[in-house]
Design a protein around this ligand. Structure first.
Ligand code: SAH
Ligand code: SF4
Length: 348
């Protein structure tokens, strides 16, 4: 089986040449898929029939994901998609809607090996990496579902999995999503979120594109961070900071920090002080995210009063932050939860 969305346009042109076809035919195919959102070869009417037959003979597919659940949140601020992959594994993507723009949160792995204690994606470890086409097709399928008049403007690589642990496929997929012949989403509108995998951050800093970077920090005190994110043992805060400074110096881009608020654990004045200190020499923005409870974890969401108090402590220290309203928690929008429930239902 061959998948269109595994290839850059230039690679498809080469492949077409090898098949004895003109390279512009490859460009026509790419246009059908990304610009007209047509995944059915039979409907690509300006490709000659013998070529279409040849491509069918090679089992060339423009889409391999099957949408099995689409669930809107009550206020229609988020839509969750659960996709079945060719091997029956499942991944999810979440569409977040504000009136001015649509942001799609995409997955890069089935499950996650990082094992953050508050996260549903990591609960059963990692099953496998997603292929390039499986990452790209999440965007394609949701764009198709939105219809010709509408489209996704922002991508956040914040769904299931740790993107830096599937680096090569992730970056190629982003390149296709970003390309002028592809989905034309600007690099600045594409954010890669990581739990702090230092080698990945260094590689991203050396890429020609300036993709945005988000760090799942969740604590600025090593002992606390290690307790909720064991990966902190491998890449402690000090090493992470050095990599982030390098990223900032090379890209001159502010970094976003994600900080899940866990009652009594990382929402105390000492945590606000540590955060201020940690970020003092790094232009950054913090997203405070109230913890979304998951099955099998003992954390608690701080009260709204405590959330606002933590936010205020940071603002008083001139640490710029936003307090995120939990979008779509009623549809299990936090990372990996819908899939986990479905998998449990199927296997129990
Ligand atoms: N692995 C990458 C990207 C995916 S996870 C990373 O960790 O950055 C991205 C985000 O999912 C986390 O930063 C966090 O914002 C969110 N998340 C995971 N579990 C959550 C929970 N229980 N409540 C709220 N947000 C959660
Ligand atoms: Fe993996 Fe990110 Fe979840 Fe941690 S928060 S387990 S890195 S998906």
């Amino acid at each position: 089986m061959l998948y269109v969305c595994d290839y850059l346009q230039s690679e498809l042109e080469e492949q077409f040449k090898e098949l004895g076809e003109k390279p512009y035919r490859a460009r026509q195919l790419v246009q059908w898929v990304y610009k007209k959102r047509e995944t059915d070869l039979a409907k690509m009417t300006d490709l000659p029939e013998p070529l279409r037959e040849k491509l069918e003979g090679l089992s060339l597919k423009s889409s391999s994901l099957k949408m099995i659940i689409k669930k809107d949140s009550g206020e229609n601020k988020a839509t969750k998609y659960l996709f079945e992959l060719k091997d029956k594994n499942m991944v999810e993507s979440v569409l977040l809607k504000v009136p001015s723009r649509k942001t799609l949160c995409i997955s890069t792995q089935v499950g996650c090996p990082v094992d953050c204690k508050f996260c549903a994606s990591g609960k059963d470890g990692v099953v496998r990496n997603l292929d390039v086409h499986e990452i790209v097709e999440q965007v394609l399928m949701v764009n198709k579902d939105l219809g010709a008049q509408d489209q996704i403007q922002n991508i956040v690589v914040m769904g299931m999995g740790e993107p830096m642990l599937n680096y090569d496929r992730m970056i190629k997929a982003l390149r296709i999503i970003n390309a002028h012949w592809g989905m034309e989403i600007g690099a600045r509108h594409i954010t890669v979120s990581t739990s702090g995998i230092v080698p990945g951050i260094k590689r991203l800093a050396d890429e020609p594109e300036s993709f945005s970077l988000a760090i799942s920090l969740h604590a600025a005190i090593d002992e606390k961070r290690t307790e909720i994110m064991p990966i902190n043992k491998t890449y402690p805060l000090k090493d992470l900071k050095l990599a982030l400074k390098e990223y900032f110096n090379k890209k001159n881009r502010n970094i976003t920090f994600e900080y899940i608020l866990l009652a009594g654990l990382n929402d105390k004045p000492e945590d606000a002080r540590a955060l201020e200190k940690y970020l003092s020499d790094l232009p950054s923005k913090i997203n405070l995210i109230p913890y979304n409870p998951i099955e099998g974890a003992n954390f608690k969401t701080p009260t709204v009063y405590a959330q606002r108090a933590f936010y205020q402590q940071l603002m008083d220290r001139s640490v710029f932050c936003t307090l995120r309203e939990t979008k779509g928690s009623d549809i299990d929008a936090a990372c990996g939860q819908l899939r986990l429930r479905k998998v449990k239902k199927v296997t129990s």
